[in-house]
Design a protein around this ligand. Structure first.
Ligand code: BEZ
Length: 210
């Protein structure tokens, strides 16, 4: 069965561009983003990896480690990294898993045989410090992902973990959030002394305090 939200992210050992890792040990206490790309030396992936590397300070600020994967061998990852630096103006600054036997790709359901027998789809997994999967995304090979959106989801998840809040459509950090329905008004008054707006009894908006 496909991995689902709330499942523990499967552990594995793998060769990466930064040495051999055991995934859970590598994650440690951090949040993680594990993402696959279909193939080395391909154009869309080149832009994704360069952009994600540029976002490293943003991921670090949120306590998130990023790791990429493709089913190509390490030697290709190293050679391709030079092209990424040259064309995207940014060196890859996170490990890339070499998964030529597709061990990790199979564990995470990253190969969708009716799309391609050999290439991984563009999967993203956000994993929390308890190693639980908190987001899964699957994009087709031809569509580059929006890694700003991945950061936005991490902001939403981390807010939800800190306070009894959910986030509305197109929410951005700093916007009003939604008080979760399990919190009754009396508790909400205590939790959110800054006050909240009740548009409906089930739709209550508050400016988060942090
Ligand atoms: C790409 O990364 O450019 C790509 C990879 C596989 C299929 C199509 C595009």
């Amino acid at each position: 069965m496909a991995l689902q939200l709330g499942d523990i992210a499967p552990d594995f050992e793998a060769e990466t561009t930064e040495g051999k890792i055991r995934f859970h040990d590598w994650l440690g206490e951090s949040w993680g983003v594990l993402f696959s790309h279909p193939k080395d030396y391909t154009p869309v992936c080149t832009t994704e990896l360069g952009y994600t590397a540029k976002l490293k300070p943003q991921f670090e600020k949120r306590g998130v480690k990023v790791i990429g994967l493709s089913v190509d061998p390490l030697a290709d990852h190293y050679g391709w990294s030079k092209d990424i630096e040259e064309t995207q103006g940014q060196a890859v600054n996170f490990p890339m898993i070499a998964d030529p036997d597709r061990k990790v790709a199979s564990l995470y359901g990253m190969i969708h045989p009716n799309a391609s027998d050999t290439l991984t789809v563009r999967s993203v997994f956000i994993i929390d410090p308890q190693k639980k999967i908190r987001l899964t995304v699957t994009y087709p090979a031809s569509t580059g992902r929006n890694f700003d959106e991945i950061l936005r989801v991490i902001d939403s998840l981390q807010l939800t973990d800190r306070q009894k809040l959910a986030t509305p459509v197109n929410w951005r950090p700093g916007d009003e959030a939604i008080i979760v329905p399990t919190v009754k008004d009396e508790e909400a008054k205590k939790l959110f002394p800054q006050g909240f707006k009740a548009l409906k009894p089930y739709l209550r908006l508050v400016k988060p305090s942090d």
